[in-house]
Design a protein around this ligand. Structure first.
Ligand SMILES: NC(=O)C1=CN([C@@H]2O[C@H](COP(=O)(O)OP(=O)(O)OC[C@H]3O[C@@H](n4cnc5c(N)ncnc54)[C@H](OP(=O)(O)O)[C@@H]3O)[C@@H](O)[C@H]2O)C=CC1
Ligand SMILES: CC(C)(CO)C(=O)C(=O)O
Length: 360
């Protein structure tokens, strides 16, 4: 196991939402310097004058710095952490790129749709030697409660890390361990990280089959509403995710193992895991806005991406297609058109061997 060295870093966090604020609080408390940047410009304003308060599994408050723009964030940081929905990755990566320095590492949490490959290839074209590390999930789970308050629900015990270039993966694991503590291990490549992200497979059916609750802004405990039927749909999507990964020579564990690793669940069947989580935690509440990232992020960047990979590898993905179609129909948005990474990554003309070669 990699042990922390005790080295302290200046960490720049792009994002001011739940995971950005939770990570800021955890890193600052561990003694790292932290600067936060809200890409829209306003999300971190209150932190200029007030402390950041963490609640949930631990309660404490810290002070963090706030950057005015991408240039200020990069100038003040040894390491960058991207903590925002994947819808914003391309735009934020484009904003950061001119200011990244050789030797810097950018950690993408959580990564989907190979956004980290987009950044790494853009950096190479610009003559920059950076490392892009990816998690297919987050270290913490959290909800933002206000501009200065975040509720942290979990610190995951095990998180996989991949790197671009792939040769930098051990350094990426060591860096993450220095920042957050133990529990990080090397993941094969960035595609393994992207396909280890199970949010789309769980959030997709959860949102589609609870859509009236979302539209009516009802209070619905997410795991209580992950009923046996919804769990069956999630299992079907999960089987397709794993089949697509296998076609690229990547073995990803089943969603049940993800829940056991992240939340310590004991049950074997997904519906029982959901019941266990509901009994243990009662939450989190399901989303109550129709632009929830459970659809706006997880459909285009998660499920439509699995479909695109399935098309490359000749793996059918009918259950995934059904959920993307249903979400598109019910929300009046074609989620297959909403992924701004598939085109610049050139996935329409890619092959299995060609894509794997770019991840080395
Ligand atoms: N919360 C959780 O427990 C978990 C989250 N994740 C994943 O982690 C990532 C971050 O999640 P979370 O922090 O909860 O998300 P939030 O919705 O809380 O993130 C909000 C932040 O993202 C920025 N943002 C949102 N959309 C865009 C965009 N299109 N362009 C630029 N910036 C944007 C906002 O910008 P601004 O400041 O300008 O308003 C804000 O800073 C997501 O990929 C999510 O799926 C994964 C597992 C658990
Ligand atoms: C907290 C949790 C587990 C809920 O699905 C999550 O992954 C998210 O919010 O994205």
């Amino acid at each position: 196991m990699t042990e922390p060295t005790g080295r302290k870093y200046r960490v720049g966090i792009a994002g001011a939402g739940a995971i950005a604020l939770a990570s800021a609080a955890w890193l600052r408390r561990a003694g790292h310097g932290v600067t936060v940047w809200s890409p829209g410009g306003r999300g971190a304003d209150a932190l200029r004058t007030q402390p950041l308060e963490a609640g949930g599994i631990e309660s404490f408050s810290v002070s963090v710095d706030v950057a005015d723009d991408a240039a200020g964030l990069c100038a003040n940081s040894d390491v960058l952490l991207l903590a925002l929905p994947v819808n914003g990755h391309r735009q934020v990566m484009d904003a950061l790129l001119p200011f990244l320095r050789d030797g810097q590492t950018v950690i993408v949490s959580s990564m989907a749709s190979l956004s980290s490959l987009y950044l790494h290839e853009a950096a190479v074209r610009a003559g920059r030697r950076i490392t892009v590390a990816s998690f297919g999930t987050t270290v913490l789970t959290a909800r933002r409660e206000s501009g200065t308050q975040v509720k942290v629900m979990t610190r995951r015990k095990a998180v996989g890390v991949s790197a671009l270039p792939g040769t930098r993966v051990d350094e990426a694991v060591a860096l993450c361990t220095d920042l957050f503590g133990e529990g990080f291990s090397a993941q094969g490549n960035a595609l393994a990280s992207a396909l280890a992200n199970v949010n789309p497979q769980s959030h997709g059916p959860l949102a589609v089959f609870n859509w009236t609750r979302i539209e009516r802004a009802e209070n619905w405990p997410q795991y209580h509403c992950m009923t046996p039927g919804v769990s069956r749909a999630i299992e079907a999507l999960d089987a397709e995710r794993r089949a697509v990964a296998a076609a690229f020579g990547i073995e990803v564990g089943p969603i049940e193992a993800h829940f056991a690793r992240s939340f310590g669940t004991q049950s074997e069947k997904l519906a029982d895991i959901a019941a266990e989580l509901h009994a243990k935690r009662g939450g989190p509440p399901g989303p109550t806005q129709t632009d929830t990232r459970y659809v706006s992020e997880d459909m285009p960047y998660g499920l439509a991406f699995v479909e695109a990979l399935g098309a490359i590898a000749g793996v059918p993905t009918p259950a995934t297609r059904t959920i993307v179609d249903a979400a598109s129909l019910v929300n009046g948005i074609d989620y297959r058109c909403g992924n701004d990474l598939i085109d610049p990554l050139g996935l329409a003309n890619e092959t299995v061997a060609g894509l794997l070669a770019r991840l080395g």
